[in-house]
Design a protein around this ligand. Structure first.
Ligand code: SF4
Length: 256
């Protein structure tokens, strides 16, 4: 199936969003090939931000939501037709500033859809303002002397909120990101893959992350809450990549 559209791509040349787009195509092709879903049953939502253009560039069922409101739309779609494979691309500004209340409640309910979070730690589309995940000291258009706030940790927030699948990947590792997307979509319940996505124009974190990633060890137990807490909360120079938490609980749709 041809997954590309004829829309002109307006991302900055070299933006790691291209890697996320490639990961999505690879994950969906693998899932359909393995009869884990069908093209007709795939539904993708997006919010507002650079990530939102994913809706323009993929030839599947898509819904372009208002800013911060993609989560309630996905909740309704999955509830109305539980056999669909439902996911949303969102950004740190979209889901952690505008839509944070929806995010927390979707995790609390364990609604069976997934968020692929393009975490670039900046409002990129509007040319560089702080978001809730911007690093302390980030100098952007609204904080020319540096942000004084500590960044929010999205996966730690969702661990506490009740999410049943939490993973982290790097946009510049598209193969690994595709594997994590597929794992997330084969999980029953609410999940997020936080994709660290440097905004090469307004917040180029590639040098910062260059030697900072650490893949979780083979014997890591993702079903253990305490291990997940430690992986997410321990102050360390290293940022953990992989499936950090996965447990089974009744979903919102099953219970309703
Ligand atoms: Fe990518 Fe940043 Fe350009 Fe947006 S502004 S397309 S996130 S590089």
């Amino acid at each position: 199936m041809e997954l590309s559209t004829t829309a002109i791509n307006t991302w900055c040349p070299g933006c790691p969003n291209f890697g996320i787009l490639a990961s999505f195509k690879e994950a969906m092709t693998a899932m359909v090939g393995a009869n884990e879903t069908t093209w007709e049953n795939i539904v993708v939502g997006t919010g507002i931000g650079c990530h939102g253009k994913m809706s323009d560039f993929i030839n599947v069922n898509t819904f372009y939501a208002l800013h911060g409101r993609v989560i309630p739309v996905m909740t309704g779609i999955k509830l109305a037709n539980p056999k669909l494979t439902v996911m949303a691309f969102s950004g740190d500004g979209d889901s952690l500033a505008e839509g944070i209340e929806h995010l927390i409640h979707a995790a609390k309910r364990n609604s069976d859809f997934k968020i692929f979070l393009h975490n670039n730690q900046v409002f990129g589309l509007t040319t560089g303002q702080v978001t809730p995940t911007s690093a302390k000291g980030y100098q952007g258009r609204t904080t020319p002397e540096g942000s004084v706030e500590e960044p929010l940790n999205p996966l730690a927030l969702l661990l506490q909120s009740g999410a049943t699948f939490l993973a982290r990947s790097y946009a510049l590792q598209p193969k690994e990101t595709a594997v994590m997307m597929r794992q997330a979509l084969n999980h029953k319940g609410f999940g997020m893959v936080e994709i660290i996505q440097p905004c090469i124009t307004f917040n180029d974190t590639r040098p910062y992350f260059k030697d900072r990633f650490e893949t979780l060890p083979q014997d890591y137990d993702a079903s253990d809450y305490a291990s997940a807490y430690q992986a997410l909360m321990t102050k360390s120079e290293k940022v953990k990549l992989g499936v950090i938490y996965q447990v089974n609980k009744p979903t919102f749709e099953e219970q309703v």
